[in-house]
Design a protein. Structure first.
Length: 227
């Protein structure tokens, strides 16, 4: 359904996977990768957004590199090698690109990210308050890439797993407190008996069909309400 496109990132060029709904128009959303990279699963998620009526762009934050589900060590190296300053420029470029796209009907766009991308979703929303109107975080919290929450304007939907070895319950609680004490809005859903990355249907060891279906429903409704 989608295709690779180029967009401007701090004066240079970056790439991303763009999926446009059959109608040719829709609300804009940025889909942010897990630590594996811009893999087929993330492109599939962008296609699913397009099927739901959104114009979706998944920026390639690793610039052509990626790791398979069987290469967590390689994925870790790619994530550690990614400079947050470069990621911020790529995300800003992606947001600017989709905001100005002729197919986008919403005044602001949404950001949706998974794992590493979940933290970057919040980061992108905080750094681009004028252009981001809704932020969805799938099991992602990271103190160093949270961004300046004082600048956050978009409401946040947090999707988390009860049995997450990476994103602990106390981290989610702290994020919720940090956002609420600033007078910002956050809605949190913690899915019982689920594990980190339960939305990823290419990982049968953690995928939870029921929780993933509900999380998708919550995401679509949240974006439609706020964009």
């Amino acid at each position: 359904m989608g295709e690779m496109v180029s967009f401007t990132s701090n004066g240079t060029s970056a790439q991303g996977y763009l999926a446009i709904p059959a109608s040719g128009r829709g609300r804009g959303v940025i889909v942010i990768q897990e630590w594996w990279g811009l893999v087929p699963h993330i492109k599939d998620v962008a296609d699913r957004f397009a099927a739901a009526g959104f114009v979706a762009l998944a920026p390639d934050l690793y610039h052509g590199k990626a790791a398979s589900n069987q290469e967590p060590d390689e994925a870790g190296k790619l994530m550690m090698g990614m400079k947050i300053s470069d990621a911020e420029k790529d995300l800003r470029g992606a947001i600017n690109y989709i905001s100005a796209h002729e197919a986008v009907t919403s005044k602001k766009v949404g950001t949706v990210g998974f794992c590493m991308g979940g933290a970057l979703s919040l980061f992108a929303a905080a750094h681009n308050p004028d252009n981001v109107g809704a932020c969805v975080v799938f099991y992602g919290v990271h103190a160093f890439v949270m961004g300046d929450l004082d600048q956050l304007q978009a409401p946040v939907l947090g999707i988390y797993a009860e049995k997450d070895d990476f994103t602990k319950a106390e981290m989610v609680d702290q994020l919720q407190k940090d956002i609420q004490k600033r007078g910002k809005h956050i809605e949190v859903h913690v899915y019982p008996n689920t594990h980190h990355a339960f939305f990823n249907d290419t990982r049968p060891e953690v995928y939870n069909r029921e929780a993933a279906a509900d999380a998708w429903k919550q995401t679509i409704e949240f974006l439609e309400k706020n964009l």
